[in-house]
Design a protein around this ligand. Structure first.
Ligand code: SAM
Length: 212
């Protein structure tokens, strides 16, 4: 399923997909209790902004892209449908949001051309897991909408990316990297992208030491 070769309207397929904004109070409380106050806060990158970001990142067949805190999975789906990434991975701790993403994937599978369905299924992975413990070994590019991550969660995420993601080449974050991670991962650029919570949010792109 390589959308640039065989376009199909994946966005229309998600028109009736459940939203990541609609979680139960219990789910929200569980998430905040586990990951820290503020972790359950929600917002999404808008599809046009995501399109620009994905192009800017030049994702290719060797890339495994992950959205760490993937909500309803839309960015993961967009990466799989609009780029040639080997795999697009969504990691989401909220059970309600993970289930919304699973339903979104079901709708995508139902709408995509039948001969592309196996490849679509193979290239998208949705995990109901914590960014602090999920397997990062294969990831080459990660996006983290960390704006509302409690500081400890944000630092732990970056420490794990430093220690457990040997193939990583780019980190894209909606929040500046704190010391010492701003030096450990040198900056390569900043973008201004539209989010559900604000226009022109500053997005920080960093590289790993072993990748230019
Ligand atoms: C601001 S939303 C971003 C949604 C999506 N990535 C986007 O940008 O369109 C942040 C997400 O991180 C999730 N989250 C918070 N703490 C997490 C953790 N420790 N592990 C996995 N996901 C987490 C929240 O449930 C929420 O869905």
């Amino acid at each position: 399923m390589t959308a640039p070769d065989r376009p199909w309207d994946w966005e229309a397929a998600l028109a009736r997909a459940p939203s990541g904004f609609d979680v139960t109070p219990a789910d929200r409380a569980t998430l905040d209790a586990s990951a820290g106050s503020g972790a359950a806060t929600y917002g999404e990158i808008l599809p046009v902004a995501a399109r620009g970001l994905l192009r800017w990142l030049s994702l290719g067949r060797d890339d495994v892209f992950a959205d760490l805190g993937s909500g309803s999975g839309r960015l993961v789906f967009q990466a799989a449908c609009e780029t040639k990434v080997r795999r697009a991975v969504g990691v989401e701790l909220s059970r309600d949001r993970h289930l919304a993403a699973v339903e979104g994937l079901r709708l995508l599978q139902a709408a995509c051309p039948a001969d592309s369905r196996p490849e679509l299924t193979e290239r998208i992975e949705l995990r109901c897991e914590d960014v602090r413990t999920t397997d990062l070994a294969d990831l080459t590019v990660v996006y983290v909408a960390a704006t509302s991550f409690p500081p400890a969660l944000w630092s732990t995420t970056l420490r794990r990316l430093a220690e457990a993601a040997p193939k990583l080449r780019r980190i894209v974050a909606t929040r500046p990297l704190p010391a010492p991670w701003d030096r450990h991962f040198p900056p390569v650029g900043e973008l201004e992208l539209d989010m559900t919570w604000t226009r022109n949010a500053r997005v920080h792109v960093h590289r790993t030491a072993h990748h230019r």
